[in-house]
Write a protein that binds this ligand. Structure first.
Ligand code: 5GP
Ligand code: ZN
Length: 102
């Protein structure tokens, strides 16, 4: 999607170091971290939010990626967060899971 920050990062229009990447998912450090480690796990397919997910295999892939990322980053204790909709604090309209670890 042309006007989406995460799609622009995926397409290298905005430079950002990828912490993780596979065929369906990528991950970056949050630009404004709210924990010592704050990683965003993002599907390559532009899906607006959890409310628009049609195939939940994608969510499975994202959580499998989280396990790999955490192993790679030495994260054992962590929170995950999915903000869905403006009223819940979703700022970027491209589905993502926050990993928060202190
Ligand atoms: P949301 O509030 O939509 O659940 O989370 C969006 C997150 O994306 C926020 O934590 C915000 O700091 C992060 N963010 C917004 N723009 C950028 C960016 O250009 N690069 C990175 N790495 N993170 C971003
Ligand atoms: Zn997008």
């Amino acid at each position: 999607m042309t006007d989406c920050i995460f799609c622009k990062i995926l397409n290298k229009e905005i430079p950002s170091k990828f912490v993780y990447e596979d065929d369906e998912v990528f991950a970056i450090n949050d630009i404004n971290p709210k924990a010592k480690k704050h990683i965003l796990v993002i599907p390559k397919k532009h899906v607006k939010s959890l409310n628009e997910v049609e195939n939940f295999d994608l969510i499975k892939k994202m959580f499998e990626a989280i396990r790999k990322i955490n192993k790679q980053e030495g994260i054992v204790d962590f929170k995950t967060q999915i903000n869905t909709g403006r009223g819940a604090g979703q700022e970027v309209d491209h589905l993502h899971i926050h990993i928060l670890a202190n």
